[in-house]
Structure formats: structure tokens, C-alpha cells
Design a protein around this ligand. Structure first.
Ligand code: FES
Ligand SMILES: [Fe+2]
Length: 362
């Protein structure tokens, strides 16, 4: 990885600003986004907003998940308030019935069914614990773009899951996750240690693969020190942020105890957090975080401890994201120019990438 940092605060030229995605950039539709946890989709219809779309989610009798447009073709009643009949769903207002592929198959009081009377069906791929939906052309879902990593849900990693709704642009959320210098200031009592803000950044950008790494020597915060039994001991903490796709970001932490180094033939304690980001619209998002670790295995108490600690920390991010969004909404009268500092390099690469994807879709 090569160091690549700008040297001073800079304001982008106006032509460059249009090349950076922001809260007004159209959402990227040719991509996979998580619409629910596997456990949320059952034989009871579930309404879910994602990607400027209202969906109804349910399972066929054989267990395969279904995602349909939630808006009845007749008078817009949400099908999530309807009932399942086998694999079909019947609207709870005037009773139109739709098959799992979205075709209307029954209109009470009418024999003929116009062929255009159908709901859009969204292709799904279930990789427990997540269910991914394709929002591009429904006839051509591109599974090569599915970002689900192999380790997520694999039995050799212990896992916990949390969720927060955030009233913010998903672009800002990715940018937040790519710049961990904020750990020292936004998270001083949860995740952060003072060393983070000044730690050099190793940036690696290869097309759409954007990573930033930091290596600090510090006293670990309790979220890691307690499960490892390393409280009061100095450790090396390597933290990587990786933009994987518009709907997924992965943060990795590799830990080593400086007083009791991990033997060379052993895998160091590692945590990977799948940061699952699904825009509800341009200004709101679903945020699921799936924490996976290779240490303190088989310990439900540690699952609960780490999940609670992460919810506390990510609630701080939620606060920051929502404050920024509010500032952008209300403070529009004066002059304002967004300035960049060296730690923004990865975030700017991500924003250029999203802007290019949006331009291509437009
Ligand atoms: S709104 Fe669904 S049948 Fe009338
Ligand atoms: Fe954060």
C-alpha cells in the first residue's frame, strides 16, 4: 500500500465538486443492497422501505424469500397489510391477488385480468444472515456484483448483529467509515484512543476497491480489551476500512499484544465488521452492522458485550451523521465551501467512484 495523502486543507475547484458524490447524487440502482435480515422474512408479510421503494417481503411455502413492490396496482394500498394464500399475496383493501412473481392472478368480480396488472418483483439472493435485493433491471440481476464476503456467516467466525436507522446520506456514512481519524474525537469513550488522529494512513485505491489502514500502539478500548483479557496492556491495533460496494463497507481490526506477542504460526485476534448500508432514500439509510471475530469463541456473553459496545459507539456516528445532514438542510443562506484535509483521501476516492457510477446510470 502506498502512502497517498494531500498535504494541506484544500477546497476543490467547482468542476471537481460535480465529480464527487454527495447527498444529492442519484442512488446507484445497478447494485445489491440488503433489504432484511434472514430472520425478519417470514410467512407474515413485512413492509420495508429501501432504495426509494416500498417493498413487501415474505417467504414462499418452500421458504424462498420474495420481494414485491408493496403498492397495490389498484389504489396503492400496501400489500404488507394483506394476507398470504400459498405463495400468493392478496390485497387487504379490495382483494386483488398477486402471484410471487408479481402477476395479478385474481380480481374479485372480474374474470379478465389485464396483463399489465402486475407488481414489480425484485430479484433476491439470500446469504444468511442477510437477504440482498437487486434494484437494477429485474430481468438481468448481476450476481457478479453481489458483495457478500465469504467469511460473513461462516462457522469459523462468531457473530453478532446490530441495527440503527440513520437520517443521513449513505455517501456520508461511507465517508465516515473510511476516515477513522474521527475515532479520537467522536468516540473517545467507546472506540477511540488519542493515537488515531495523528496516525499515518496507508491508502490503497484500485478502481472500485478503496482501502485505508492505520496502525497504532495503544491501550485497547474495553470493547476489545475485555473479551481478550488485555485490560491495562499495550497493544498494536491495525484498523482497515474498505469500501466494497454502495451497499457494503468492511472494517477490519487486527490486534496484537505488545507484552505477549502472538506466536508467528497463530492467527492474531481479528474482528471484521460488515457495515451494511442500504439507502432508504438519498437522506435516510438502514445500517446493519455484523461483527465477526475469531477470538473469545462460543461466548454469548461476549457477543452481547461487543454488540452493546458497538451500538453505543455507532450511536455516536448516528448523531454526527444526523447533525451534518441537518446542517446541510437548514444552513443554506450563507456561503459555504466544503474543505478537504489529508485524511479525506479515501473518502474522496469513494465519492469520485460513486459519482462516476451515478453518471453512467444517468
Ligand atoms: S387497493 Fe388493492 S385491491 Fe384495491
Ligand atoms: Fe465512527
Amino acid at each position: 500500500m502506498a502512502d497517498s495523502q494531500a498535504r494541506a486543507a484544500t477546497a476543490p475547484p467547482s468542476s471537481a465538486r460535480t465529480l464527487l458524490a454527495d447527498a444529492d447524487t442519484p442512488l446507484i440502482r445497478n447494485a445489491w443492497y440488503v433489504v432484511a435480515l434472514s430472520e425478519e422474512i417470514t410467512r407474515t408479510p413485512l413492509g420495508r422501505e429501501a432504495m426509494e421503494t416500498s417493498l413487501v417481503l415474505y417467504r414462499r411455502a418452500d421458504g424462498t424469500p420474495v420481494a414485491l413492490q408493496n403498492r397495490c396496482c389498484h389504489r396503492s394500498f400496501p400489500l404488507a397489510h394483506g394476507t398470504l394464500e400459498g405463495d400468493a399475496i392478496r390485497c387487504g383493501y379490495h382483494g386483488l391477488k398477486y402471484a410471487a412473481d408479481g402477476r395479478c392472478v385474481e380480481i374479485p368480480m372480474q374474470d379478465k385480468i389485464p396483463p399489465q396488472l402486475r407488481l414489480r418483483a425484485y430479484p433476491l439472493v439470500e446469504r444468511a444472515p442477510l437477504v440482498w435485493a437487486w434494484f437494477g433491471d429485474p430481468a438481468a440481476p448481476d450476481e457478479s456484483l453481489l458483495p457478500h464476503p465469504d467469511w460473513l456467516g461462516a462457522p469459523d467466525w462468531d457473530m453478532y448483529i446490530g441495527y440503527l436507522p440513520i437520517a443521513s446520506s449513505y455517501v456520508h456514512m461511507h465517508e465516515n467509515l473510511l476516515d477513522l481519524s474521527h475515532l479520537s474525537f467522536l468516540h473517545p469513550r467507546t472506540f477511540g484512543t488519542p493515537e488515531y488522529a495523528r496516525a499515518p494512513v496507508e491508502l490503497a485505491v484500485a478502481g472500485a476497491d478503496i482501502q485505508a489502514w492505520r496502525h497504532v500502539e495503544c491501550m485497547l478500548p474495553d470493547i476489545y480489551a475485555v473479551p481478550l483479557g488485555w485490560q491495562g496492556q499495550r497493544a498494536r491495533r491495525s484498523s482497515g476500512s474498505r469500501f466494497v460496494a454502495p451497499g457494503l463497507h468492511v472494517n477490519t481490526g487486527i490486534l496484537s499484544n505488545l507484552e505477549r506477542p502472538t506466536p508467528a504460526d497463530e492467527t492474531p485476534p481479528t474482528i471484521r465488521v460488515a457495515q451494511v448500508i442500504t439507502p432508504i432514500d438519498r437522506h435516510r439509510l438502514h445500517y446493519w452492522f455484523v461483527g465477526c471475530r475469531n477470538f473469545a469463541r462460543g461466548r454469548p456473553d461476549i457477543d452481547a458485550f461487543m454488540r452493546e459496545a458497538q451500538i453505543k459507539a455507532f450511536t455516536e456516528d448516528q448523531f454526527a451523521m444526523e447533525q451534518i445532514a441537518r446542517m446541510q438542510q437548514v444552513d443554506q443562506a450563507g456561503d459555504y465551501t466544503e474543505m478537504h484535509i489529508p485524511t479525506d483521501a479515501a473518502g474522496l476516492a469513494m465519492r469520485r467512484h460513486l459519482a462516476a457510477l451515478a453518471a453512467r446510470e444517468a
